[in-house]
Design a protein around this ligand. Sequence first.
Ligand SMILES: Nc1ncnc2c1ncn2[C@@H]1O[C@H](COP(=O)(O)OP(=O)(O)OP(=O)(O)O)[C@@H](O)[C@H]1O
Length: 272
Amino acid sequence: MEPDAPPRPHASEPMVEIRKLWSVFEMPDRRLVIHKDLDLSVQRGEVLSIVGGSGSGKTVLLRQILGLERPHKGEVRIMGHPVGEFSGRGASSRIGMLFQHGALFSAFTVLENIAFPLRELKTLPHKLIVEAAMVKLQMVGLKPVDADKMPSELSGGMIKRAALARALIMDPPLLLLDEPTAGLDPESSDGFVNLLRSLHRDLALTVIMVTHDLDTLFELSTRIAVLADQRVIVNDRPREVIAFRHPFVEDFFLGERGQRAMELLREYPFAI
Ligand SMILES: Nc1ncnc2c1ncn2[C@@H]1O[C@H](COP(=O)(O)OP(=O)(O)OP(=O)(O)O)[C@@H](O)[C@H]1O
């Protein structure tokens, strides 16, 4: 097999398997332990949402899955392979990442942004790259006329869509989303959630997302993993997670938010 060819995972193999993970930052005056013996398994086809308090290590966990942080101890496997094997040029064919603020290159047009990972490969002719980027641009609901716009000319929702198209340009089976609907107005947020739902279904994606937004959480998640006490304290279907007894879970889902959570569970029974 050529080095950059995607591995063929066994159908029953988890898409992501994290075992006994320690994430540690050595500071001049102290040692910051963010994850301690953290276990997490994500099956193919799931939409797993990670929730946890501020500073609990959600973003660091996404970075571990992307291979941008190295485990201090333990291991992160993607499709059966240690994540370190995926660094470099082949990485975006396995994992797509949508950063919180879109992170588009401001000096590039929308089409150049979407095409960027393909161009970096330096193996495909220009015409093919443009065609592939136009397909992805339309797949995320942007119009051909948007291709030549600069990021500064886009609305918040359009920026997210362009960044999503870039994350999907290499057809990765795994998509990571950091706060996908943060900063969007309710209408754009609904539109983006609907887009994510149909892409998850049509592209048979596995999705791991960090979100604080209950509507996004309950509309999309097949499972929810709660990060607290430096590990995943529960990873289960939404209904089971709400019933899990832990101060963070009670705080996050009960009270006013809990009322909304129960309404959403009734509205979106597929998530139960
Ligand atoms: N490179 C780094 N060096 C030192 N500390 C770091 C580094 N990256 C993250 N941290 C610390 O790790 C902890 C977890 O950060 P992280 O961004 O993962 O939290 P989070 O759960 O995503 O929080 P939030 O919901 O507020 O975004 C924080 O205390 C943060 O300051």
